[in-house]
Design a protein around this ligand. Structure first.
Ligand code: GCW
Length: 831
């Protein structure tokens, strides 16, 4: 609600009223730093839109950083200057200067040369887009307190394809988007105002991203409609100054549904012609169009199987249509059967990508790329790398990473994914040779492929800070940096991002860096550790705990728990044989319990609850411990952030604090759900006595209720004791109890449910005094009390005396029934 008000206020009053700091400029804030003695003029050799952007961006950045306005020139001047140009243009202008010979497309060099006694700081690149990247690189150095490098430096991208996918629908919604509506579409049209699209392209260009697919891979055929393409062309126009090539996801049945043909068989010549004509039509409108992205035969999408054709047939017909224009066909390897029989212990969704695509290696055209999710399931908090990376030699590959935090806390939880991506990228696939890492395969280096790349599903939205969470923007930044150079370390990337985004105060930098870097493992620790899957509700929001939703259905995200143990047996000896899809070196490590890493244990093996991990703990005790430790760490995030008060501007300080406090509460919800479930399933108690035993808790259903009714929550483990209370009418309801502890200061944690339907209100009263009042107005993904909506309100510094009457008063609103689970009272030090 708050967000919405803000957007409306901004829309009405325009940019002039922007608060001093929003996330809008993300890491491109250019906060003032000490001047590094730059010359006064910036010369641009040429007229290309990206060159113009490079010059304008340098002027903008330097003005913000140093408070001076560089003079813009379109021709060489006789004074010290910054010179922007391609190798060709610079060679012409300065014929006697030797330029670096090893520049790849989009790569750039920074080099100082002399001309008539003047110093020229060269930003030179193989193509114009590279010059823009060089300008951003220079600005990054300046923002971080550095200067123009003293000796020549060359920077080439790891791979030619560095793309973003947006899962935007034409009605303006975004599949798995957590930051508001689409910046591209509304109401079946391209939005009239595309300022945000241009500003997004600027952010992308600043980290070297050169392509963006603007619509959902679950694509609408309307994308290709003749009246729609000119609208799409407007987005391409907004991208072009930033060198971001537009591409679109297509519906494979388009030749029939849109084109009126009686088939969409990829081998039918009429179909092939339809795609060719369509591509020609697109290129007339968008000469730098990037190509097509296709999700076929997956999750209900139609595909070549309809006609008994292969994925190669499908990919190649699209590729042929765009080939003469220099476009590519990105074919998603996320193909699996979501109606699989769970009773068959040999069935395994993880096998699908390899089983489907490995036999087709070598059958794809030269301008096809297979876009492969990093893991074999679906962006879980922990997965092994997909065996398909090693399973292809004669096919162009791209690795698909997910910036939008679908399964990793949906930007409400801090979960910084760069460390996870680094693990995947650095993983040695076991194919042999020096370049056997996933990053070298995906970038095309291992097998000298013509194409290779990185695709990040970002799903930014109209929210002022793009991803709806200040700290989550590090994922977008980090994706771009890794796509450019996957050899950067997570620490380097984080440090760059933090300092550009929050300034260089060492306390701020070290706190934010360490929160970011710890966050993925913490998230994993309170959700589903040991490779068991995230344990979220996979049938609905993919957000809160929903453990059994993964079992006994066709989706194949099974972890196969029973009263004896859990885990998917994927061994070749007794299991699904998935492990055999890896090259022998890797397969052997996973196949044996002795060498399989604990982090992936349950992904690879089925083991009993009392199985001992390498760490020495039993499986079930590890699950308990991991959840308690990680939930405490999540709480420590909020506590550590609090120490930055006054060091970070108030707006961002408060917004991040609110988010981290919410996360700490939800981490407890996760802990409680998973631990209760494991206790019930295994019957093995926690050896530290915590699980199922919390004397500090007063259950709502045991309070004196006025108006409130007791309900059974599903799944049971998402409410303490399986029950909550709801207020069904329109008036207030009250739940009260008498405090019986010792007199002193207390922290009260109120666990309630914040349903999406309305904005219920709560009051906490002690005696006759209202000590806290809050609204349940977060847009959480469910309408009922469950793991998605369970929320904690922490109220500190309350003095209680024996006999005090403590009351929670709930006011329902539009179907949000002010549901309450329990109140926890924890003695605290005097505030
Ligand atoms: O992760 C799953 C998502 C779907 C998505 C699909 C995919 C766009 O839950 O929403 O569809 O992956 O990647 O195609």
């Amino acid at each position: 609600m708050l967000r919405l008000t803000r957007i409306i206020v901004l829309a009405i009053f325009g940019a002039a009223l922007l608060p001093a700091v929003t996330g809008y400029d993300a890491w491109l804030r250019y906060s003032p730093v000490a001047n590094r003695g730059l010359p006064a003029t910036v010369v641009r050799l040429g007229d290309a839109p990206t060159l113009r952007s490079a010059q304008a961006e340098l002027i903008r950045g330097v003005k913000a950083l140093f408070g001076r306005t560089l003079r813009a020139s379109a021709a060489l001047v006789n004074e010290d200057s910054i010179l922007l140009g391609t190798v060709r243009a610079v060679n012409q202008a300065l014929p006697n200067i030797a330029l670096p010979g090893n520049l790849a497309p989009d790569g750039f060099a920074l080099e100082t040369v002399r001309r008539h006694g003047h110093k020229i700081l060269l930003v030179v690149a193989q193509n114009e887009r590279g010059v823009l990247y060089g300008a951003f690189d220079l600005l990054r150095r300046l923002s971080l307190g550095g200067g123009f490098p003293p000796s020549p430096e060359v920077s080439n991208p790891a791979a030619p394809v560095r793309w973003i996918n947006q899962w935007d629908n034409l009605d303006g919604s975004i599949e798995r988007g957590y930051a508001g509506r689409s910046i591209f579409f509304s109401d079946q049209h391209v939005s009239a105002d595309l300022t945000r699209a241009g500003d997004y392209a600027r952010l992308l260009a600043s980290v070297g991203i050169n392509g963006c697919t603007v619509n959902n891979v679950n694509a609408s055929p309307r994308m290709l409609a003749p009246d729609f393409l000119p609208q799409i062309a407007r987005i391409a126009d907004a991208f072009r100054p930033w060198g971001v090539q537009l591409s679109i996801a297509v519906d494979f049945s388009s030749p029939q549904t849109l084109g009126g043909l009686n088939t969409f068989d990829p081998l039918d010549p009429h179909v092939a012609k339809w795609w060719r004509d369509k591509a020609d039509e697109i290129y007339r409108l968008i000469p730098d169009f990037g190509g097509f992205v296709l999700k076929a035969d997956s999750e209900g999408r139609v595909g070549p199987s309809r006609y008994g054709r292969t994925h190669a047939d499908a990919a190649n017909v699209l590729a042929a249509a765009v080939r003469s224009h220099g476009g590519i066909a990105m074919y998603r390897a996320f193909v699996y059967d979501h109606h699989m029989d769970w009773r068959n212990l040999k069935n395994d969704r993880a096998r699908a990508a390899y089983d489907n695509f490995h036999p087709l290696d070598g059958k794809f055209a030269a301008n096809v790329m297979l876009q492969i999710k990093y893991g074999p399931i679906d962006f879980q908090a922990r997965e092994p790398v997909s065996p398909l990376f090693a399973g292809l030699r004669h096919t162009n590959e791209a690795i698909e990473l997910q910036i939008t935090q679908e399964y990793t806390g949906q930007q409400r939880h801090l979960c910084y994914l760069v460390p996870m991506w680094k693990e995947a990228l650095d993983f040695n696939t076991g194919v042999g040779g020096e370049n056997a890492s996933v990053k070298n395969i995906a970038s095309g280096r291992r097998y000298n492929r013509p194409l290779g790349g990185f695709v990040g599903v970002a799903n930014v939205g109209l929210d002022m800070n793009w991803l709806g969470n200040y700290l989550a923007l590090a994922n977008l930044y980090g994706f771009g940096r890794l796509a450019w150079n996957p050899n950067l370390s997570a620490r380097e990337i984080t440090d760059e991002w933090t300092r550009q985004t929050f300034g260089s105060d060492p306390r701020v930098v070290s706190t934010i860096n360490s929160l970011e870097l710890a966050s993925w493992r913490v998230y994993e620790g309170y959700t589903g550790p040991l490779g068991m899957g995230t344990l979220t509700d996979i049938l609905h929001g993919h957000y809160g705990p929903g453990i059994e939703s993964a079992e006994r259905n066709g989706w194949g995200q099974w972890f196969r728990a029973d009263e004896h143990g859990l885990g998917m047996d994927r061994t070749t000896a007794t299991g699904t044989g998935y492990i055999g899809q890896y090259p022998p070196a890797v397969a052997q490590r996973y196949e044996s319990l002795t060498t399989c890493p604990d982090d992936l244990l349950l992904f690879m093996h089925h083991v009993p609850y009392r199985y001992r991990l390498h760490s020495g703990a039993t499986l079930v005790q590890y699950v308990y411990d991991s959840h308690y430790t990680a939930a405490e760490e999540a709480q420590s995030f909020a506590d550590r952030w609090r120490r930055l008060r006054g060091l970070v501007d108030e707006d961002r300080y408060q917004a991040v604090l609110t988010q981290l406090e919410y996360q700490a509460g939800h981490a407890v919800v996760w802990r409680e759900a998973i631990c209760a479930w494991f206790l019930k399933m295994s019957g093995i108690p926690d050896n530290k006595g915590r699980v199922g035993h919390d004397p500090a808790r007063v259950e709502a259903e045991s309070m004196q209720l006025r108006g409130y009714q007791v309900m059974t929550v599903t799944p049971a483990e998402t409410a303490s004791g399986g029950k909550a209370i709801v207020c069904k009418g329109t008036g207030d309801c009250t739940a009260a109890f008498q405090f019986r502890g010792t007199a002193g200061w207390y922290t009260l944690d109120i666990f309630y449910y914040d349903e999406i339907s309305g904005d219920a209100e709560f009051q906490l009263r002690v005696g006759d005094q209202t000590v806290s009042h809050w609204q349940a107005d977060a847009a959480l993904v469910s309408k009922v009390p469950n793991g998605d909506t369970a929320t904690r309100q922490r109220i500190t510094g309350i003095a209680l005396r024996p006999g005090d009457r403590v009351q929670v008063i709930g006011t329902p609103d539009h179907g949000d029934e002010a549901a309450l689970d329990y109140v926890r009272l924890e003695p605290s030090a005097a505030p």
